[in-house]
Design a protein. Sequence first.
Lengths: 310, 258, 313
Amino acid sequence: MKPSRHVTIVVSLLMVTFLAGSVTLLRHLDAVRSATPLEEVLYISSPKLLRRMSLGYEGLLADVYWTRAIQYFGGHHHQGGQNYALLAPLLEITTALDPHLVVAYEFGANFLAPNPPNGAGMPQEAITMVQQGIAANPDNWKLYYQLGFINYTELKNYSAAADAFERGSRVANAHPVMKVLAARMAQHAGDSQMARALWTTTYNTIHDKQIRANAVAHLRALQSDDTVVALENLALQFRQQTGHFPASFNEMIVSGVLQGVPVDPAGHTYELLPQGKIQLRVPDDLPFAEKGLPPGYKARNRLKSSPEGS
Amino acid sequence: MRRHIAYIASNTFREAVRDRVLYNLIVFALLISGAAILVGQISIDIERLVVINLGLTAISLFGVIIAIFVGIGLVSKEIEKRTLYTVLARPVRRWEFIVGKFFGLAGTLTVNTFFMALGVFAALLYVSQHFQHSDVWVLVALYFIILQFLIVTALALLFSSFSSPLLSAVFAFSLFIIGSFAEDLRGFAAMTQGATRWLATGAAYLVPNLSALNIVSSVAHEQPVSAQLVLFNTAYALVYVGMVLCGAILIFDRRDFK
Amino acid sequence: MAAIEILGLEKTYAVGFWRNRPKQALKPLILSIEEGETFGFLGPNGAGKTTTLKLLMGLIRPTSGQARILGMQIDDLRVKAQIGFLPEQPYFYDYLTARELLSYYAQLSDVPAKTRSADVSGMLERVGLKDSGDVQLRKFSKGMLQRVGIAQAILHNPKVVFLDEPMSGLDPMGRREVRELIEQLKQEGKTVFFSTHILSDAEALCERVAVINQGELKGVGRVADLTSSVSGKVELVWRGADIPAAIKGLGAQGNVIGDTARAIVPEQSQEAALEILRREHLRLISVTPLRTSLEDYFVSKLKPAEVAVGVNR
């Protein structure tokens, strides 16, 4: 005699049913709850108090909030969100709990400062956060880099940027690029070469996937901008040679000013307009591009940058 | 017979009372009244906040501790002391025994929570001199805390049916902590790939979703609670408890009591 | 009809860290007990008595075989209503009083609510605990606990009662009381199945006994049959300081305690021995034919090694 087979079967079936039920209900619950657990951060008036209440487990709690921050941003960004109100509080709590979590400051620098939908549009908060990071980690060159980065890309405050790169280059074990950037600032502040150097540095020195993807997008835009300018120059050259603007790229190739049909970093061919103007065929695929935009183009997911965020 | 479940449940309740479990109410009463008086003196406009946060968190923690410490012995103590033999020699089905034990401890915790809730509302009255409309959300938070207790009790009972008290306590407590971060765990699982993703997702769905039942902060800030949340949480708790009890029954049914 | 039919119940445990060493606690057992019988299940410690009882109670599951009680399979719930069980060295919820415990058990045994309280009081009185009904069990002595144990086993008026070592740990008074209770159960026509390693109790109470050792049934029989055969020996007791050599020569075994000598001689030599005593002018006290005792039967069924361990008077 074994335990009653009847009972075993009924109970096993019930258990499986309950399991399936619980999974389904969890999905519904997650949908209902989606933002709520994060909104709790708005109630935490003092991250320092939270730190003291963590009973020694701040590191673990910092990791939890860090995970929530990147998911929050990633999720919203993916859907082209305009509002990242919780990003700053989440990062503030993360860095309050673990002031040495450098990647949190880097994330803040890259995504707090830019305007929506690419960031929270809070460059001042980003600066403050990075400065707190420098205070807690004075020997980490990366934070000086981020300080210079924000000042350069978002606030266009070239002198502050140069100053940050300079200070960072004097830190022990600073990456050699810091000296290069500091030097470049003297001559190339404001031009695309400097921008390219910065984004390349970001791409090379930071491991976070979202930050790197963002850097790649910027680099492609810069490349496209340069290409657009170069192509328009070639069109002028053609005009000088032939007396009229080219009607197609083929004409330019035949005449020898162009080697092949130009393709943008997103894989689309450029459009040649009358008067030798170059335009992007699919501007949405190159966010951050500033040249070759169709007239009156306002991307659904971009706004004109302004020196102060919103 | 369902009467057997009621008899076993009431005996389990009686055991808890005579084991002086309810004395924890005294400690709680001291804690909450001390806090209310302290906060009443300082009065920087956050009295309600402190009373609700402290009160509900204390209720939750006290209850979980009782659920675990009493729950892990529910079955193992009966086996160890052999009081089980004379019960199972009677026309009592093994699953009735498990279900009865569950309801006994669940009932104890509900009664305990009721008295503690009285204490919290008394403290609220003391600091703000009148009840507010938003106090009704405190009741919802209390209801969710009781749902939490049901889940933790069921888990402690499950481990009690096959494991030693020490291990059971460790497992149950671990699941309580992990379950409190269940939403983060699911988010984390979604960010991984490959085999890790399967394992992490599986674990994330099996772990009790206690994070959704923890609305203490938002209630302290007088945020309303959606009816949908109440509905889904209730359904989830019932279904999860059912699943765990089924597991406990299957294990208990198969045991030889040497 | 047969009250208890054990049809090849067997229990093997897998022992060892890797569960690879099987240990057979009970070899396939076949035994049948009639209604109204008082049956003794004898064996040394660790023989398999408790294993058998637990199998019958459904506390452990058999590796093979079945059993029926009152014609029903033992995992049938209706069986449980008809049986009572007293485990070995029982322990009850010590936070309850005797009355509360018995009421709880009465509830679980489906004793009707109307009669419950009267039944419990009656039972307390019957086992001699009338005045201790409202004392917490943690204050009870071992003997009192044993009496509560018997009370809970018979409270719902079962037809078959199973007792595991009911006399263990009791003083002579306690043992006598339990003996009397079992006698009463006999009078009421109940089937009583009890295990013990105290042979004198079995001899006094049981109609039939079985001997089990190392998980195996060694013998079954009626007590009357097993002990009635004349052993062919006679015991002589006389006043004297030693045993005359002539008597020793008859193949006698004997001893002297104080001024009383006793010798056991074969029946055929009885007259010769009496003659020797008369010649020596020794004062005869008694002449008693000896029967085989249950102990002899018991011992004969065990291997020699177990004798030292198990025999207990």
